[in-house]
Design a protein around this ligand. Sequence first.
Ligand SMILES: C[S@@+](CC[C@H](N)C(=O)[O-])C[C@H]1O[C@@H](n2cnc3c(N)ncnc32)[C@H](O)[C@@H]1O
Length: 468
Amino acid sequence: MELPKAFEEKMKALLGDEFDSYTACYKEPRYYGLRVNTAKISVEEFVRICPFVITPVPWIENGFYYDGEQESPARHPYYFAGLYYLQEPSAMTPANRLEIHPGDRVLDVCAAPGGKATELGAKLHGEGVLIANDISSSRAKGLLKNLELFGIGNMLVLSEEPGKLCEYFPEYFDKILIDAPCSGEGMFRKDKKMVKAWEEHGPEFFSRLQRSILTQAAAMLRPGGMLLYSTCTFDPLENEGSISWLLEQCPEFDLVDIRPYEGFREGVPEYASVRKEEFSKTVRIFPHHMKGEGHYLALLLKKEDKENLPRKELKQERTKSGCSYEKLPEDLRVFLKKVHRSFDVSRFDIRKDRVYYMPDGLPNLSGVRFLRSGLLIGELKKGRFEPSQAFAMNLKKGEYEYILDFPVSDERVIRYLKGETLLVDDLAGSKEKGWYLVCVDGYPLGFGKLSQGTLKNKYLPGWRWQSV
Ligand SMILES: C[S@@+](CC[C@H](N)C(=O)[O-])C[C@H]1O[C@@H](n2cnc3c(N)ncnc32)[C@H](O)[C@@H]1O
């Protein structure tokens, strides 16, 4: 593979006598990875049922390699059940090394298409909130689909300038991930198009963007909160350079250690312009030291104020919907009786006939461009309630009363995913008519409406299995 000369010169300076072993990597095939959705299935159980040959990614507990030339995991019903996300192994590292606890308020500033946001959301296990933002609204559509496929309900998908978000979320978040737009030098092997893009917009361009995103994000982190910054490039300006700049602007930030792995290499202190000694805590990932593409990670702590001041007041809190159980439409109430989950009814919000379940403690977001706020439970159509695809994916099999569970070997699983009407006499028996949650081996895929042994397909048309 032909690499730009200027890039080669820079890598020689960065790598010294390791340069030849680095370039030798370009003759080797890229690695393919799959990350298990631990909000839906344990790693042990996934390994037990996994239909592909997989081997562990040694530094990621829920990450695995698969043979991308032989297997097509995106064309398996378990993918449609949201049991895993396909992701280059090094790219699994940022969300893995940012510790998330259920209940945290988490922001992913540059989130599309959701490779990291899906993991952050899974680690919340339904508690707290994930705000997934991307400036590109077309890319944010893919982000929304991936989060919904993963079953994440306590989330908002926004498409805004981070500078605008600062007005709404001052010191609001416990954890922030910035997977920054970058020159993508670490991805040259995986995607040859990145070389062309690099020639158009190089490190100078991206470092300016990164610096502005970093300062805006810094203002949204609460004291005591953690910020993880990552890029998929080698350029020092975009890595140690951008982080030095943050430390200069915001001295309340400290670099902290990242949970180690033997293949990680330290960030280069000489490339930092301030507090050089801290930069060995940052991590560089090189393809000649581990089985993955190039990345850079820096983990930062925003120091607590000495006086331990209370959280900044939000300009305006979101007003609760004021819903009470009695005020919910009759057909929705009938549906909810079959859902075995305790809801806080005041968090239901009905907007333009769409029923949402909102995360708690949000600011008033009027004026913000969003693609989704909260879990879309379903829609009211002429007074009749229809549950959504997102809610199907958010449910666990045991949480809904009416289930049709197919083994993965049943040919009706693919037919369901293609949108076909199914005869299900054998499974339905004398079951009542109504909304059924269709599952594969116990993992929800979507809804269908049963009547006299026939299942009318309600799988979301835009998500259907495409024939090749
Ligand atoms: C490296 S990609 C993110 C990949 C994503 N985190 C994942 O794991 O799937 C960088 C993203 O930043 C977005 N972006 C670029 N400029 C931005 C800005 N000023 N604010 C927010 N997002 C931005 C791009 O649209 C792009 O989707």
